[in-house]
Design a protein around this ligand. Structure first.
Ligand code: URA
Length: 226
């Protein structure tokens, strides 16, 4: 792989920026300074350093975010602010996309990756990834509502798959669903005569939000996801 491409993919900067870094003599390849940006390197075996830091190439990158409300889940939009704007500078944005979608007013765990195959696999209707939501609702939750949510309700002519509904307080519950229909949680609560006032995703498969602050982003590994 070309040295400049490698540096871009390590997140050191844009192609223009890394060319400058190289021509300033700030990069060493196996201990030797190089100023040739077209130099070919072997990303698996060569040791590339920038300011004494060894750079490691990751073909696929995975990050989780505790999404804030007010941002839409999209890579770009003409009108609305997108979740991409919440990604800090250190995140390598090249080919990065969110996995699935949280509504504009929903908070919580959102995964991002440049691994298109994994993205597709996790979203496939066959994959049934468990997603747990913390939900606050308008009206007190009745036992029969919880039973209906667990057994399935009809939303837009579709009968939802078995779910888990755990009441925390009269107007608060944890809902775990294994599919991801459009506005599914809100529609499921509507189907039992209630209304979602606050929604936060707290887990997605093996991934947990834990103590990630609102708006914070963390890099994770493939093993954390599958
Ligand atoms: N279900 C919803 O209704 N909204 C979300 O953002 C996620 C799940």
């Amino acid at each position: 792989m070309r040295l400049d491409k490698f540096l871009v993919e390590c997140g050191l900067g844009s192609r223009k920026e890394v060319k400058e870094i190289i021509s300033n003599g700030e990069i060493t390849v196996n201990g030797e300074v190089t100023i040739i940006n077209k130099q070919n390197i072997d990303e698996a075996s060569d040791e590339i350093r920038f300011q004494d830091e060894i750079l490691t190439y990751k073909k696929y990158r995975y990050y989780i975010m505790n999404k804030k409300a007010g941002y839409i889940t999209a890579t770009e939009d003409f009108k609305e602010r997108t979740v991409m704007e919440l990604l800090p500078d250190w995140v390598i944005k090249k080919d990065l996309a969110p996995v699935g979608r949280l509504d504009k007013d929903t908070e919580g765990l959102l995964l991002f990756t440049n691994d298109g195959k994994l993205n597709h696999k996790l979203l496939s209707p066959k994959s049934h990834v468990d997603k747990t939501y913390y939900v606050e609702v308008e009206n007190d939750l009745r036992t029969e509502d919880l039973i209906s949510l667990e057994n399935g309700v009809t939303i837009d002519d579709y009968f939802t798959m078995p779910a888990q509904a755990k009441k925390i307080e009269d107007k608060k519950l944890l809902l775990t669903i294994r599919e991801g229909k459009f506005h599914q949680v809100k529609k499921m609560l509507e189907a039992v005569g209630n209304k979602v006032l606050y929604l936060k995703r707290i887990s997605f498969g093996k991934l947990k939000l834990n103590n990630l602050e609102l708006g914070e982003v963390k890099e994770v590994s493939l093993e954390d996801i599958v």
